[in-house]
Design a protein around this ligand. Structure first.
Ligand SMILES: [Zn+2]
Length: 321
């Protein structure tokens, strides 16, 4: 050791020795100057870093691990059983599974226009079990009837601690949905026919009150709108087997004529869904060949209403049915 270094060492040693009693005094000093504070929290400035030092990283690690374990609920799957939904028709099934350490999570569905914007409908599903498949039947009129069009349905969930839903790599929280207020009354190939099939075409002694749809005998006729069947009857010289439907939530009646004998599956007073089978295309009554004579009435059929041209409606419904 050189003299300078020896001096430096001595100075350092003196400083440390000098510091000890002052620390003991600062921390209270009841037991005299002998015992430096060991481990307790009340240590003086000199000991404090050594006491807290090792504890800090441990605490940090525990918190980080806790955060990881305690992440929000995870969306395992989400889908719609049908991409099309008809007002007053068969509901679309919403199927999902959410995994979480919580037994239940609070689930909501948001229905938005495909173009974006605020949700047109927020559907609160309430507390749903996690870890098992869940389902909901979507009608499109949960909070009043939404306009027809293209929609995006999104699922959201929160656990009791308010943590939001996470998606797994394979799951999507959105599903596309087309919502329609009516559907085309034939489930099968058809044609609109010629001028003679049109509403208003001349007939013997009257004008044609509906639109004729040419289709093969046996083609399924379905309800263009849910509602109540008000008439099921047979008219030999005219309509043949026919039925009248009073549309739900609107002031329209729909009339189906010339149905094939033995195929009419509805009765008076029956409630039907949009798209539910009514009968089959036939040629009963005054018909030259198999076709559906289809009428739309504004107001009740022969009870204050009047027939309107069904073609613009049919052409619109035809686009999505
Ligand atoms: Zn006709």
């Amino acid at each position: 050791m050189t003299a300078v270094r020896r001096l430096a060492f001595l100075l350092t040693a003196t400083l440390v020795v000098a510091a000890l009693p002052s620390t003991a005094l600062a921390s209270g000093g009841e037991g005299g100057a002998a015992a430096p504070p060991a481990g307790g929290g009340g240590g003086g400035a000199l000991y404090a870093p050594h006491v807290r030092g090792p504890a800090k990283p441990k605490h940090h690690k525990r918190r980080r691990r806790h955060r990881k374990r305690g992440r929000g609920p995870l969306l395992a799957s989400f889908r719609l059983t049908s991409a099309r939904l008809f007002l007053f028709g068969r509901p679309a099934g919403v199927r999902f599974r959410i995994d979480s350490r919580s037994r239940t999570v609070n689930v909501r569905l948001y229905l938005r226009r495909a173009g974006g914007g605020k949700p047109v409908s927020t559907i609160r599903l309430g507390a749903r079990r996690t870890g098992v498949g869940q389902s909901y039947l979507l009608t499109g009129r949960e909070n009043g009837v939404v306009p027809q069009g293209s929609y995006v349905l999104r699922i959201a969930a929160r656990d009791a601690r308010g943590r939001g839903l996470r998606r797994s790599a394979s799951s999507s929280s959105v599903a596309e949905l087309g919502f329609f207020h009516h559907r085309f009354p034939l489930a099968g190939p058809f044609s609109y026919g010629g001028p003679d099939a049109r509403f208003g075409a001349r007939r013997k002694g009257h004008r044609h009150q509906g639109q004729d749809l040419m289709a093969a005998s046996g083609t399924a006729i379905v309800a263009p709108r849910g509602g109540t069947i008000t008439t099921v009857a047979y008219q030999r010289g005219g309509a043949g087997n026919y039925a009248v439907l009073d549309g739900a939530g609107e002031t329209r009646d729909y009339v189906f004529m010339h149905m094939k004998t033995g195929t009419v599956v509805v009765h008076e007073g029956q409630h039907v869904r949009t798209g539910q089978r009514i009968g089959e295309v036939g040629a009963t009554g005054d018909a030259e060949g198999p076709h559906l004579h289809f009428e739309v009435w504004a107001g009740p059929w022969y009870a204050g209403g009047h027939p309107i041209d069904p073609l613009p409606l049919l052409r619109a419904w035809d686009r999505w049915s």
